[in-house]
Write a protein that binds this ligand. Sequence first.
Ligand code: P1T
Length: 401
Amino acid sequence: MEQPKLNKRYMAIEDHDYTRAVHAGMKIDESSGAVAPVIVTSTTFKQKAPGQHQGYDYSRADNPTREQLEVALGTLEHAAHGLAFASGLAAVHAVMGLLKSGDHVVAVDDVYGGTRRLFEKIWQPLGLHFHFLDLRDLHDFEHSLIEFQPKAVWLESPTNPTLRVIDLQGVARLTKKHNTLLVVDNTFATPMLQKPLRLGADIVLHSSTKYLSGHTDVVGGSVMTNDQGLYEKLKFIQFAAGAVPSPFDCYLLLRSLATLAIRMEKHCYNALAVAKYLESHPRVSSVLYPGLASHPQYQLAMTQMLGSSGMVSFYFDGTLEQLTTFFQSTHLFVLAESLGSTKSLMNHPAAMTHASVDSVVREKLGITDKLVRLSIGIEHPEDLKQDLNQAFEKACSGKNL
Ligand code: P1T
């Protein structure tokens, strides 16, 4: 088997991030000496006198297990502050709470379908104005800042599901110039592979459900920032609106974060191997993966990311009937929503994660009926390639061909 070279095309996670991932937010419990995080399930805490407590009065406001997770989340993004939410969309919703009716938002057009739905179905009727744009062209982007004077710019990079890469430093330079808040959804890259705050973002957000959790067993969201004022507002929204994760989910996430660096290393390695395999397959018309030299923003990805992560999309060259057979024929890849798991997953964005996006918009973005999104897990890459291979064969052999 040809080994991808251990260089920037594969991954170059910062040395200390391996250690940070293991130790971030971890503290020995002083009362028992417990090394693993203690799950504090109590919703309420005894007060010595009315209003006099030991830092915790009610778990929606503060909880010791959540606090450990929030320290860990902040540490991994190299941020002063981290906040944990009940889901990625709860985190998005909380950040949107910073804005008010009449404000404009410029958002990347290829944003996760659920984020777009939240913007269009919940926040737009409340008076916010959204402009969904291709943010790859910085000239057009600056023009939109001048035209709409948005209060916030919202982007993902790489985007979901077409894996476009946006120049974060270039965008940040312009949002600073035009005094606009820059929010980056870093779910696909994770802090191991990309640190948007360092590149100039004001707020970084994650669906912790994905790589941060990594085992398809926690729904969560997180928000990180270095800005004290923004943190205080977001902390208030977290407390007042109450979309907090359970202490058990916080514990699971803390446990998962310890292996984030080594998982991401393997996701990157496997994804490059699978992307190269797909690129040479006759039933694949094109592959979208920022780590492939054929990706239009390959150079940019190589400079702003430390690895291309585990998401690979491709266009199936065959009929829809054949594609359905392909989806039904894998043994390792599971046809399921979500991503970032140790297990490999596959998704048909047009019918699943992005079904809520208007079909004309989908088509324009390249989210066609033939687009397949793979979340490459940490299995052996040869097994993954073989699994795809036999599924292609089943789908495209005999009378189906
Ligand atoms: O599912 P939830 O934890 O609420 O996260 C929402 C979310 C936010 N941002 C990005 C980039 C996402 O991909 C998601 C969720 N995405 C999927 C479920 C998916 O399969 O793409």
